[in-house]
Design a protein around this ligand. Structure first.
Ligand SMILES: [Zn+2]
Length: 87
């Protein structure tokens, strides 16, 4: 599988698929952005604050409007040990 090497928040190397398996949209670029913003969301929740955006809003904002692509990103976030509360 073609992929891009990255590191998750605990420093492990993870392989991010370059494209969505279903529709072929390039997702490796937005993945890192998503993880960064998702961590801010988690931090706000842990601190008892209201997050400025939800995971759903982050995905919308990154232009991931198809469920297949959203699933690609969410599955990988699950793999690094964080379950996204996602409606
Ligand atoms: Zn897709």
């Amino acid at each position: 599988m073609q992929g891009k090497r990255g590191r998750n928040h605990i420093g492990d190397i993870v392989i991010i698929p370059v494209r969505c398996f279903t529709c072929g949209k390039v997702i490796s670029d937005v993945y890192e952005d998503y993880v960064k913003r998702y961590e801010e969301y988690k931090k706000a929740l842990d601190a008892g604050e209201k997050p400025k955006e939800t995971p759903k809003q982050i995905l919308d904002n990154l232009g991931l409007d198809r469920y297949c692509c959203r699933r690609m990103i969410l599955t990988h976030v699950d793999l690094i040990g964080e379950a996204a509360p996602y409606e």
